[in-house]
Write a protein that binds this ligand. Structure first.
Ligand code: NG1
Length: 479
């Protein structure tokens, strides 16, 4: 039952490199499903988490990013149900409670509003599930679904998006939706944004479209510009979870959506100072590049046109000539930003965005440079990763003491580049390490960060990783 717009396989080896470990996961899930429903699941759907190598907090300003997919994924298995309902259970039933919900996308908001706190993970399922079938299918299937996964939660590895994407694939596959891939991707981004985060499209794009063995350079200016990139041989990428989670939806007002708002303020200040006239104020910093200015030139404009200081709400309103309540329209839950803050940093945020975008292009250029050997590329890439971390910490203020401690330990023990990955304020770091030093590196980080802080560490907390596949449906033959 192949569907053109999604990847489908009947061979387990097509999905994973670490086959034995993952077979065990599927087996456990199938057993739980059988305990719940008395039958084996017909299909599994997986969508990966991701690590971003460079390009942080710039996707929502339409600048490119450089992620690759992890083998760690959100995993769903299902059979059809005779009623018109979706029966949802979770592998971790103590933390994540079951629910029976409507299968009709028109009831999306109503169903989300009825969830209890321990069922709130289901809103990602609903957003994803509806994104590929809303308006595309005339009747909807009933389903029995079990949800699991091993992407670290609230840790910058895209656990929520991987659930959205796997649920979206489930909706499309189970209901035979003919939605094309580009529209599906756009819808997943829009539906996930409707849950509250003013996110860009990095996580959804990589989770849906990742290519085994390659990182992706993803441009948001033109939808089609996605290049798969071979990373240099001789290095491994290590994820280390600081074990200080940063729950995004609970901190939107002070963190993620505040940064999006500050970028928008910077955009308006620059627009006025550059005498750019437009019907509506621009919403992203890339729109200000009108005459092929380089990213270095844009940084100079920030330095000369925006005063470096902390701005209050009143000062911002005076400069932009509008009430913040009106100005931030379109940013989900912007009222939280306004009520929770009276300190805004447009200078620093804009400087981060233009300099980080510049680093992503340099990273891409270096990877593709046929004049350079891998040995020559490695230190250049490492330096760019370290500079990105500096900018995230000092200009974007999205690092944390624990992330900085972990990154310093990684660098001290041989990481050529080390930085936070994802939204930050906690969560995971990514380090580029010579493969020949990998085992010593892992041991040193284990002792100096985890043991020293009294933390236990397993294969989903500190691990070397390589680019994995994107979302896929697996027909259950084995489990
Ligand atoms: P995570 O790391 O999943 O919280 C977020 C955004 C991305 C991107 C990064 C920062 C979502 C779903 N994703 O990711 O779009 O802006 O932060 O680079 O919110």
């Amino acid at each position: 039952m192949e569907t053109k717009n999604i990847q489908y396989t009947e061979k387990f080896e097509d999905i994973y490199t670490n086959v034995d470990y993952n077979k065990k996961r599927y087996q456990e899930m199938s057993e739980k499903f059988q305990n719940l429903h008395g039958v084996k699941p017909d299909y599994f759907v997986r969508a990966p988490g991701r690590v971003n190598l460079i390009g942080e907090h710039i996707d929502y300003m339409n600048y490119p990013v450089f992620p690759f997919a992890l083998e760690q994924d959100s995993l769903l298995c299902f059979t059809y149900s005779d009623d018109e309902l979706i029966h949802i259970d979770h592998m971790n039933s103590e933390e994540f409670h079951s629910a029976v919900i409507s299968n009709d996308p028109a009831k999306r908001s109503e169903t989300i509003a009825s969830l209890t706190p321990k069922q709130s993970y289901i809103k990602y399922f609903i957003a994803g599930y509806c994104s590929g079938i809303d308006g595309k299918v005339s009747s909807y299937k009933g389903l029995k679904v079990l949800i699991g996964g091993n992407v670290p939660l609230a840790s910058g590895c895209s656990s929520s998006t991987s659930l959205c994407v796997s649920s979206s694939i489930l909706g499309v596959f189970a209901n035979k939706s003919t939605i094309n891939q580009a529209e599906l991707l756009e819808n997943i981004i829009t539906y996930e944004r409707s849950l509250g985060t003013a996110c860009g499209g990095m996580d959804q794009t990589i989770s849906l479209l990742a290519v085994h063995g390659k990182a992706l350079f993803i441009e948001f200016n033109e939808f089609a510009k996605i290049e798969s990139v071979q990373l240099p041989h001789g290095v491994s990428f290590v994820i280390a979870n600081s074990l200080t989670p940063s729950a995004k939806l609970e901190t939107l007002g002070k963190r993620y959506n505040k940064r999006v708002s500050e970028c928008r303020m910077a955009c308006k200040i620059l627009m006025d100072k550059m005498s750019i006239k437009a019907e509506k104020p621009f919403t992203n910093l890339r729109q200000l590049v009108r005459n092929n200015e380089t990213l270095e030139e844009m940084q100079e404009k920030v330095k000369t046109l925006i005063e470096q200081k902390v701005y209050t709400k009143e000062e911002i309103e005076q400069i932009i000539g509008t009430k913040l309540e009106d100005f931030l329209q379109g940013i989900p839950q912007s009222e939280l930003v306004i009520t929770q803050n009276n300190d805004y940093y447009p200078y620093e945020r804009a400087l981060h965005v233009y300099s980080e975008a510049n680093r992503v292009y340099q990273f891409q250029k270096t990877c593709f440079d046929t004049q350079l050997t891998d040995e020559e590329k490695i230190p250049i890439l490492g330096k760019l990763m370290n500079e990105s971390q500096y900018s995230c910490d000092n200009l974007y203020d999205c690092s944390s003491d624990k992330l900085n401690e972990l990154i310093n330990i990684c660098r001290k023990n041989g990481a050529i580049g080390s930085r936070l990955t994802g939204a930050g304020w906690g969560g995971c770091t990514v380090s580029m390490v010579r493969t020949e030093n990998l085992q010593d590196f892992l041991q040193a980080v284990k002792t100096q960060y985890y043991e020293k802080n009294g933390l236990t560490c397993d294969e989903n907390i500190l691990f070397a990783t390589a680019p994995a596949n994107g979302a896929m449906v697996y027909k259950n033959i084995e489990f």
